[in-house]
Design a protein around this ligand. Structure first.
Ligand SMILES: [Cu+2]
Length: 277
């Protein structure tokens, strides 16, 4: 018996140390043994995460309080401990308290919640770059109207190609959405044929891509990096295989990438909008 426990302990320890050893988890993608959100890449996601943590404290406190009340009632007022029950039906003070306290808790939750909703819904007036994403069956097409309207498709890489490219399996893409760092980017999202959803968890953005309708979201990423997401609306047979890859680069690298895309598409550089030159 002792031997079995020892084996279990060793197994658990090796699993945990394996998780700890697995180099600093890569940003912008899920990692083994991850149980929380991905590291936030935008202020918006950092705010969402702190709201989530605040809710967690409130939920735990409410659950523990209710559990204690239940245990107290079961122990103190069961048939043996309290053979003659009280006939009390009303207690004004308690009734006021159990109405006012939950309302106060909801108000405390509502304030940061509405702030977040507002920050997400309202596209800032000083947007610097607009990109369009079109969900298709089953890949994404991107358009860069501010840069001469070049366009490309982003398809998932096969397992072998992903491994060769050093990208995560099932998230790897052949073409990244490239955006400059420290730039307010608006993404206009729509779809062809069926509903998809565009999301990057590390950015704290997710929005439905609906045929015949333009939805929009915005994000601003301070750090260059690669960030992944997946179509998040059941859209058909290959729903799980239309990942989203965003590459955030320096402004100089962005200009060079735009120039190469324009050259490939035969677009004169002059067509680029003033905002980004
Ligand atoms: Cu989809």
């Amino acid at each position: 018996m002792v031997n079995r426990f020892a084996k279990l302990a060793i197994l658990a320890a090796s699993l945990m140390s394996g998780a700890a050893l697995a180099q600093t988890p890569p940003t912008g993608q899920p990692h083994a043994w991850g149980i929380d959100f991905q590291a936030p890449a935008t202020n918006k996601m950092a705010d969402i995460e702190s709201f989530h943590v605040m809710l967690l404290y409130i939920i735990v406190a409410v659950s523990v309080f209710v559990l204690i009340l239940l245990i107290w009632v079961m122990v103190r007022y069961n048939r043996r401990a309290n053979p003659v029950p009280s006939k009390t039906t009303h207690n004004t003070l308690i009734e006021v308290v159990w109405t006012v306290v939950p309302v106060a808790i909801l108000v405390v939750i509502a304030i940061p919640s509405f702030k977040l909703l507002y920050a997400n819904e309202r596209i800032p007036a000083d947007i610097e770059l607009t990109i369009k994403a079109i969900g298709k069956q089953w890949y994404w097409t991107y358009e860069y109207p501010d840069n001469g309207n070049f366009t490309f498709d982003a398809n998932m890489l096969s397992d072998e190609a992903a491994a060769a490219a050093g990208q995560p399996r099932l998230l790897a893409v052949d073409n990244f959405v490239v955006v400059p760092e420290d730039t307010k980017v608006r993404l206009i999202v729509t779809a062809d044929a069926v509903i998809h959803a565009w999301t990057v968890p590390a950015f704290g953005v997710k929005i439905d891509a609906v045929p015949g309708r333009l939805n929009e979201l915005w994000f601003e990423v301070p750090e260059p990096g690669i960030y992944y997401g997946q179509c998040s609306e059941l859209c058909g047979a290959r729903h799980a295989f239309m990942p989203i890859g965003v590459k955030v680069v320096t402004k100089e690298d962005y200009a060079a990438w735009v120039a190469s895309q324009q050259a490939a598409a035969g677009i004169a550089p002059a067509e680029q909008t003033a905002a980004l030159r």
